[in-house]
Design a protein around this ligand. Sequence first.
Ligand code: TXA
Ligand code: MG
Length: 313
Amino acid sequence: MVTAEEIRAAAEIIRSGGLVAFPTETVYGLGANACDTAAVRKIFALKGRPASSPLIVHVASIEQARALAAEWPKQAQQLALKFWPGPLTIVVPKKPLIPDSVTAGLQTVGLRMPKNEIALALIRESRVPIAAPSANRFTQLSPTTAQHVRDAFGSEAPMILDGGPCEVGLESTVVAIVEGRVEILRPGMLMVDQAIKALPKNNSGTAHRSPGQHEKHYSPRTKLILVTAGNLPQQGRGAYLVRRVADGPNATCERLVQMPSDAAEYAAQLYKTLHDLDREGFDWIAVELPPQSAEWAGILDRLRRAAFGSSLG
Ligand code: TXA
Ligand code: MG
């Protein structure tokens, strides 16, 4: 799908201060050399993202991560050994090598080694760590295909490495190591809770504030509402995402979309489904409230944000 030639060209763009969109196992990223302030500013400008939202820095090895961290607590090492490459971002104190523009002025940096061969090849070939948020405009849906990235940026789109659809489909789990404790800043599809509990001398916590976690985020243009018991809006044309058709609507909806009942499969399809429905001009997209269990926490978090501010439901 992506040739060695394309990787070399993309790496050259990164080294010369430009932007490249690339696949990861979670969502597509919009990358720049994390050590180049001017390059990093281009990410914020293209996305329309406020400077107060820190970026995740992508690395190709634990050694590369350690070289960017002022401290690398043993919990970070344990989590990295267990979950990297994978959908886990670890926030640790940063070295001055990482500019403040990347971290929104914080003295910490979020580091992640993605589980995607194209992403890893790009980082290695660039020979620099790559700062990358999701490759979408600010507050819009994250991209899980190269076409989503093209649609988001149109004629402003940078070079895009097309690695096909993302396997995980939901942004990484973000944890911080704060005074020896592991805190979950953003839930994702990786169930770190168990692993965290297994770490020595550790209390895990949740719901620590993470900058850049805006309430309205990850939204389709169409109004999204979370519903229970098939309670759909009575007016307008709508689509309904339901996990079991037997639990279907008690009101009319133009489109009934059967979603997987397995959380991982659901996550892999969610953004693509919303991107597709968004193009159809519905008045609303209703989503059946997912279960409250740990496997669904990341999905529920994103759906709540996508629904934020909706007056219905
Ligand atoms: O899966 C992902 O994480 C994707 C792919 C491209 O890696 N990236 C992604 O980036 O979702 P973005 O920019 O959309 O979300 C990054 C979030 C920030 O909004 C913030 O909540 C958290 O990661 N974050 C990053 N650096 C942080 C820091 N130093 N302290 C606390 N939170 C941080
Ligand atoms: Mg994002």
